[in-house]
Design a protein around this ligand. Sequence first.
Ligand SMILES: [Zn+2]
Ligand SMILES: [Zn+2]
Length: 341
Amino acid sequence: MKGVVYLGESEVEVREFPVPEPGPGEVLVESKVAGLCGSDLHKYHNTREWAEERKGMISGHEPTGVVAGLGVGVRNVAVGDRVCVYHSLGCGHCPVCLAGTPVFCANEGAFGRTRDGSHADFVLTDARFCLPLPEQLSFAVGAQLACTAGTAFSALQKIPIRSRGALVVFGLGPVGLTALLMAKASGFETVGFDVSPYRIDLAKRLGGGSIHNASEVDPELVVADATDGRGACGVIECSGNEIARTQTAAVAARHATVVFVGAGGESITLVPTYVIHKELTIKGNSVYSMSVYFDAVDFLLRHSVPLDDMVTHRFRLDQAVEAFKLFDTGETGKVIFDWEM
Ligand SMILES: [Zn+2]
Ligand SMILES: [Zn+2]
């Protein structure tokens, strides 16, 4: 089989690997779609020394496909099942793993980071990471659920439904844009901000609501205008930008919930008058739990969210060099490897 390997300094290579044999409790998944993710780019840009230490480990952490082989003792899936593979590993036995959040396990690890990932013709996984993907959802949507859409849904869920009104998203990359589209589908009036003309254009094309360039307008005024001065009852911050972080509290309505998703940077600065006098609820969101996956699937089956249209570029695995180069420009929506093209 073929698999993608990071070489460091913004280079990847497609190499030949033996097809793995599933051991006890393991499942072999034949890949159908695997996503490229913003976090893959950090690894892509890393040094040659870092890449060498990985000893040819396969990249990627957004696997979907069809079960192709079972190890001894696997009962939760059968050959031919459509699955999405949860990407965070964990020990599987501690309280946080049993709560479905292996991402917080002390023995945390992930496909494409601590073991062979999804940018390969086959992925070997523990059976417990195989999450069922219904026929009604495409593998391209499954790959998004494996990471960005699962995270977006998790963040959106943290905003109480009773507060449904206007919802603002800062940062319209795959997570932010998905959160915006899901919020719109669930009945919020949505306002999105980014500074990238490409992302702004894509958000508009997908019908994300009222979309603005945060470098050209004052988000506080835009949101005040859109809400008769009340502000937004939900705010999701996906940019990680310090100015946007500060603006979240400014655009929020009284008793609003603000969820921080975008990572990085040194600090989050919020004006105390806003936080205290508006009685805001401030939350964080890191990835998503396995149980949220089932809720997200259920949500997508009941609501029309154009996640298939989020995919702007599809590549065959042997085009990995080109795929990473293009994704690195930032001028894309979701980029996927597609085994069905
Ligand atoms: Zn990801
Ligand atoms: Zn654990």
